[in-house]
Structures are given as structure tokens and as C-alpha cells.
Design a protein around this ligand. Sequence first.
Ligand code: HEM
Length: 233
Amino acid sequence: MLAALLDEEGDGGGGFSDEEIVDFMVALLVAGYETTSTIMTLAVKFLTENPCALAELKEEHAEIRARKGEAETLQWDDYKSMSFTQCVVNETLRVANIISGVFRRAMRDVSIKGYTIPKGWQVFASLRAVHMDHNHFKDARTFNPWRWQANSGSSSSSSSSSSSSVINVFTPFGGGPRRCPGAELARVELSVFLHHMVTRFSWVPAEQDKLVFFPTTRTQKRYPIIVERRDDS
Ligand code: HEM
């Protein structure tokens, strides 16, 4: 990344200044590294606390391993076949709310539900409030990856229970022109991480730990675990 930025000629032909390059690098570290490592930790925590979900995930990944040679790496088709994993990824993103919300400035007066947000005001759109709303997600506080399965019928308790209504309010990566450019990468990273984690290792929590949301979403002790390589891996 750094090499690419240093090589870049830039629009005006003058390349990027050192300050711009530092800005890019720091932004990527904060936006791309902390988020992804935290979501991986929380996925492990949620799965540890939900043995049925972990068992189904293991099954999906064992099937992928079974149709590949021992040293054969994952391919795009393998990723696309991870349907239950995608349910786990969605549900982890929904419950974790790594980014609790986004700021937006009203560019004109905005009327919404009988209120007016005057032009120029800054608003905080709380993604967590929506993801934890029982009107959108039945038993919203429960980690339930199966709610994302097509036609599960349990995804929403609102008037419409179609999965598209859930997708419309599910915005862990924000929305609009500033939507997270790393969204797809983050999903792939988490899926590949889970593949290696569940096919090659078993683990138990080393200590009790707790999810906290302030000032950022994380586990108090970073969720330490004791890991063992699986004999059959
Ligand atoms: C689980 C992982 C991640 C989550 C939950 C997440 C979430 C978000 C959210 C909510 C925003 C604000 C979007 C908005 O204002 O509408 C954002 C912005 C951003 N994210 Fe991510 N992100 C994740 C991973 C990544 C990764 C892996 C990268 C890059 C490698 C990345 C790069 C960025 C950048 C550069 C922005 C600023 C975009 C802009 O302001 O135009 N993120 N992310």
C-alpha cells in the first residue's frame, strides 16, 4: 500500500504529499485493521457461547475441506459456497455493531416522522439502535444466525417479514456514497479466518469476558482463549 502511494503520480502529476500518505495509512489502520480484528474476536466469542451455531459452521467447513486436497487453498467458489458462514457473518455484524453509528450533516431541511432537521445540523444515525430494534429483528439481543436463512420467517417481527425488509435496515457498513469501501473485504477476511479457525483448531475461553460498547465496541479483556490444534487437521 505504501509503495503504491509513493509511486502514485496523483492527478496534478505531483503525487501525494507526505501528509496525505500518512493520512491514508493511519485511516486504513484504524478503519481496516481494528474493525476486522475486533469482529473476528467477537465471532469467536458468539460461536463459543452458541455451540449449535458452531457445530453447523464446522460442518459447512468440513464439507469444503473434504472436497479439497490437504494443501489446497480456498478459492472464490469455496467462499461463495459458505452459506451458513454468511449467516454467521451477518449476525456477528448485527449484534456486535463495531461501528455504532455514523455522522451526517443535513444539506437541506429534512422532514422525518413529524420532526424537522434544519439545514446544516449534524445528526448521528445510530446503526446499533436499528440493529437492536425488536421491530426489525425478533429477539434482537439473541445471537441467531439462522434468522438470515432465506425463508426462515423469523427474521423480522414487523408487519412485513420478508428478508428484503431486514436487508434494508441492516447497515453495519453505513450507507450512501460514504459506505465502507472495505465491506466486502471484511466479509471475506472473516469467512476465511473462520474456515481456518474451525477446521484446524479447537478452543476454550481462558477467562470470563464481557462485551462493552463504550467508547468503542470490544471485549473488556480481548477475549483470551486457549487454542489447540485439531488432531484431524
Ligand atoms: C467488520 C469490519 C468493518 C466494519 C463494521 C466497517 C464499518 C464502517 C462504517 C460504518 C463506516 C462509515 C460508513 C458511512 O459513513 O456510511 C466505514 C468507513 C470506512 N471504512 Fe470500514 N468497516 C470495516 C472494515 C473495513 C476495512 C477492512 C477497510 C479497508 C481495508 C475499511 C475502510 C474504511 C474506510 C477507508 C472508510 C471511510 C470511507 C469514507 O469516509 O468515504 N473498513 N467502515
